[in-house]
Design a protein around this ligand. Structure first.
Ligand code: PLP
Length: 393
């Protein structure tokens, strides 16, 4: 066990400054960068403004600065930088996959009922266009074992099932999926896998080649704390030939380099590259803290949140209390009631920013814990919920 004591983390927590009166427990939706990353961004903005030709033309054409940033990211997720393209966020990455993956009439795309709403929506559109069908499969509730989860997910698959859409860490329910087992089962059945991974980067130790998925998309502005508007698309080499961009621009290969699927992604018209250029600074920040130390501290906080809220509501979590199933964020059941009005009351009356989630007829509170989170913040949440639930919110 590493230090669970809030005092030991005070200096690191001081890297973040929130608006007065705000208790921020929603890193899972939007993870603000620490001061060190904000300063790196300012420095890059000044360099780019000092000579746009170097950073927006020659540097891009020769894949210099962004190439170094991609190398740093590739080191974090264990793959070749040739298999990665920067995109603004998971949503864009996912749209690129949906625009590229060939579906025929009668084909099926399988998804779990824990997927992010916008992801289900974009696959509905892609399936409707192709005359294919999106099948949303309910997973066991409560979740008790990875074997039972995997068996239920694949129970009704057949030769029509061409693609599986699955989160690494789910959005409404914060479940860490048994992804290795899911990918292995999909491979055994000849089903391509597209992973939605924005919550997993930094929260988990991600090694893309060992997952052997076909596509993996992620946002880096969540747990990694890179600037907002930074994410990536990973495409396994066996799939790269079929990838099509959403935006057509010059599509140039850097001089001396061999032609690559990424040629279509490194110039999409004039844009601000400084967010991507700060990805190495975000990686360095958490590497300096220590990846396992970060994960352990934030998991212990999530576990503390669970203890407080379960004691308040009497409603047990729906995943086993093990780090295999949840990391730095946890979704805890609340008594029945309206989710948006409770979320609004938490902000308005207590200054607490946290999602209250309505999912499959249930209501959850989803605290996120990062390095600025303290046990006091979680106790404030418990006390505010106690007030509001007593008022029948
Ligand atoms: C699982 C999951 N997928 C996709 C997204 C969309 O991320 P972004 O808005 O960065 O594209 C989110 C956002 O919370 C998410 O939780």
């Amino acid at each position: 066990m590493t230090d669970v004591d809030d005092d030991a983390w005070r200096e690191i927590a001081a890297q973040w400054t929130f608006a007065p009166g705000v208790t921020y427990l929603n890193h899972g939706s939007f993870g603000p960068p620490p001061r060190m990353v904000l300063e790196a961004r300012e420095a890059w903005l000044r360099r780019v403004a000092g000579n746009p030709m170097e950073y927006l033309t020659r540097g891009i054409e020769q894949d210099r600065y962004l190439g170094e940033a991609r190398q740093s990211l590739a080191g974090l997720v264990g793959c070749s930088s040739d298999d990665l393209a920067f995109v603004e966020n998971s949503t864009v990455g996912m749209n690129i996959v949906a625009n590229s993956f060939s579906l025929r009439p009668g084909d099926r795309v399988l998804a779990t009922d824990h997927e992010y709403g916008a992801v289900l929506r974009l696959w509905e559109v892609a399936c409707a266009k192709a005359g294919a069908e999106l099948v949303v499969r309910a997973l066991p509730y409560p979740i008790e074992s990875d074997e039972a989860l995997v068996a239920q997910l694949f129970a009704e698959c057949d030769e029509r099932t061409k693609l599986l859409v699955v989160s690494h860490v789910t959005s409404p329910t914060a479940v860490v999926m048994p992804l290795e087992m899911i990918c292995a089962e999909a491979r055994r059945r000849g089903i391509a896998v597209r992973v939605d991974g924005p919550h997993a980067i930094a929260m988990r130790d991600v090694n893309l080649p060992s997952l052997d998925c076909d596509f993996y998309v992620a946002s880096l502005h969540k747990w990694l704390c890179a600037p907002f508007g930074t994410g990536f698309l990973y495409v396994h080499p066996r799939r790269q030939a079929e990838i099509k961009p959403l935006v057509i621009s010059w599509g140039r290969t850097p001089p001396g380099a061999t032609k690559s699927w990424r040629d279509e992604f490194f110039w999409l018209g004039t844009r601000d590259p400084t967010g991507y250029l700060c990805v190495p600074a975000a990686i360095e920040f958490l590497a300096n803290v220590g990846w396992e130390r970060f994960r352990e501290r934030t998991h212990l906080l999530a576990q503390y949140a669970k203890d407080l809220i379960v004691e308040l509501t009497g409603l047990p979590p729906f995943v086993p209390d093990e780090v295999q199933w949840y990391g730095s964020m946890i979704a805890l059941p609340l008594p029945e009631g309206d989710a948006p009005s409770l979320q609004r009351a938490l902000v308005r009356r207590f200054g607490i920013e946290i999602p209250i989630i309505a999912w499959q007829g249930r209501r959850f509170v989803r605290p996120s814990c990062h390095l600025y989170t303290t046990r006091r913040h979680l106790e404030q949440l418990r006390d505010a919920l106690r007030h509001l639930l007593a008022e029948k919110y």
